[in-house]
Design a protein around this ligand. Structure first.
Ligand SMILES: Cc1cc2nc3c(=O)[nH]c(=O)nc-3n(C[C@H](O)[C@H](O)[C@H](O)COP(=O)(O)OP(=O)(O)OC[C@H]3O[C@@H](n4cnc5c(N)ncnc54)[C@H](O)[C@@H]3O)c2cc1C
Length: 423
């Protein structure tokens, strides 16, 4: 039986429900592949609309990125709204902004409705890593104001030091309506809600092959599912099962360490308002406090496909660069996982063959965008899909490089590291 990657989240998971392995042949409306936020959200919304839904997870619910991430609920996309306007026009960009607002509202609403115990907190700091990055801070603030997003503030260096006990930044953009949560407990809570809504969840059940047609047929080790619709929600872990999707995303490793509990006073001195924080570098540091007063510090993206042999040693220097005062803090956990990026860093959402729906490649914004994409997939299957259509309009290019795409991406990564260093 599969287990979760050893992490702070696995150690503090508050629901140990095991779902059975599929060992029969089923005939249903929708088969969802993947038990992360995207898959569970699609399944939940579909079941609420009355569809008969089966969800297949190769490992455990929340085993992938959804149960391992930084828990940061980010605003907007990994591209400016001005860039998005160029891709989908002004109205399309407005629709995508609404998707963005709805995505965070959905987290708030689901947590409340299903009583999900996942340490949800609001407040977010985008800390300027270089003096020149204050231009991004000011421009982003102004752009968001134009989109009617006004619960924000720009801090200069001195003001920021009241909100973050680090000397290395040059100011920040603060926002009220982004934040953080315990991602594994959120995933487990959503799965409980999906099960209560009628979704049949199977763990240790990898979809091994897919036969397309007016009904799709999915084979697993000990069973099979025939369905009118398929939702492919395997993100960075789907592999080459659907080649057209595989070429559009690239798995990227990201790594997190967790200190020992620091004590309430020491922890809250570091981030007095308990905001989530990320920096403005291309290679992003992201961090926050856990509910028991640990520093959860993530960073050091890896595009080569290899996990560093010593994750503690790989991430700790980045944490000490921000918080040298944590030099004496014991490290209790270190873990990593794969997220998926697209070439243009916008989520890849769409359908294939009329009855295969997908959303993946959230490019670091998946905690917020997965939930809403699940809902949009459910709407698309039900035939009411305006927002889905706008997102699906973005023309995504495949990653260049064929079989050598990973080394090429590692080279690209070195370029971004150099830009962080030089800018
Ligand atoms: C270390 C780390 C830190 C991150 N930090 C943040 C953050 O702070 N904020 C943020 O917004 N995003 C963050 N992300 C990204 C975010 O976690 C993802 O975008 C999001 O969780 C994707 O959810 P998903 O459901 O699409 O994919 P996943 O959660 O990866 O789920 C996919 C699931 O599909 C299953 N699967 C794949 N293929 C098959 C198959 N053939 N059969 C059955 N099952 C299959 C896998 O086992 C897996 O459980 C981070 C990611 C990582 C790894």
């Amino acid at each position: 039986m599969s287990v979760h990657t050893a992490s702070y989240y696995a150690a503090t998971a508050n629901d140990d429900t095991r779902h059975p392995q599929l060992s029969e042949d089923l005939n249903v409306d929708v088969c969802v592949i993947g038990g992360g936020f995207t898959g569970i959200s699609s399944a939940l919304h579909l079941a609420e609309r009355g569809y008969d839904v089966v969800l297949l997870e190769g490992e455990r619910v929340g085993w992938g990125a959804s149960g391992r991430n930084g828990g940061q609920i980010c605003t907007a996309y990994n591209k400016s709204m001005a860039t998005i306007e160029k891709l989908v026009g002004k109205d399309g960009a407005q629709a995508m902004w609404q998707v963005e607002l709805d995505s965070k509202e959905m987290i708030r609403e689901r947590v409340e409705r299903h009583n999900i115990d996942c340490d949800l907190r609001w407040g977010y700091l985008h800390a300027a890593a270089k003096p020149s990055h204050m231009t991004w801070v000011n421009d982003t603030h102004d752009e968001w104001q134009r989109y009617g997003y006004t619960d924000t503030a720009v801090y200069d260096k001195q003001q920021l030091e009241e909100h973050l006990q680090s000397k290395i930044y040059h100011g920040a953009l603060w926002e009220k309506n982004a934040g953080h949560l315990h991602p594994l407990n959120y995933a487990l809570g959503l799965a409980r809600a999906a099960k209560e809504a009628g979704v049949r969840i199977f763990e240790d059940t990898r979809a091994l092959s897919l036969e397309k047609g007016s009904t799709v047929s999915v084979k697993t080790d000990k069973g099979s599912v025939r369905a009118k619709f398929l939702v492919a929600a395997g993100n960075a872990y789907l592999g080459n099962m659907i080649p057209k999707l595989h070429r559009r995303v690239m798995p990227v490793g990201s790594f997190i360490i967790a200190t020992e509990p620091l004590g309430a006073e020491r922890a809250s001195a570091l981030i007095p308002n308990n905001d989530a924080v990320s920096c403005t570098n291309n290679i992003v540091d992201y961090y926050r406090l856990s509910v028991d007063g640990r520093m959860l510090f993530g960073g050091r993206a890896n595009y080569s496909g290899y996990e560093p042999a010593d994750l503690f040693a790989a991430v700790r220097p980045r944490m000490l660069n921000v918080f040298p005062q944590l030099a004496d803090a014991r490290l209790d956990y270190a873990w990593g996982g794969n997220l998926a990026i697209t070439l243009d860093r916008l989520p890849h959402v769409g359908s294939l063959e009329g009855n295969i729906f997908f959303a993946h490649g959230y490019s670091g914004h998946g905690v917020a965008h997965t939930g809403i994409c699940g809902k949009l997939i459910a709407q698309a299957i039900a035939g009411t899909a305006e927002q889905f259509d706008v997102m699906a309009k973005i023309r995504h290019q495949p990653f260049p490089g064929g079989p050598i795409r990973m080394p090429m991406l590692a080279l690209g990564m070195m370029y971004y590291k150099m830009r962080d260093f030089l800018s």
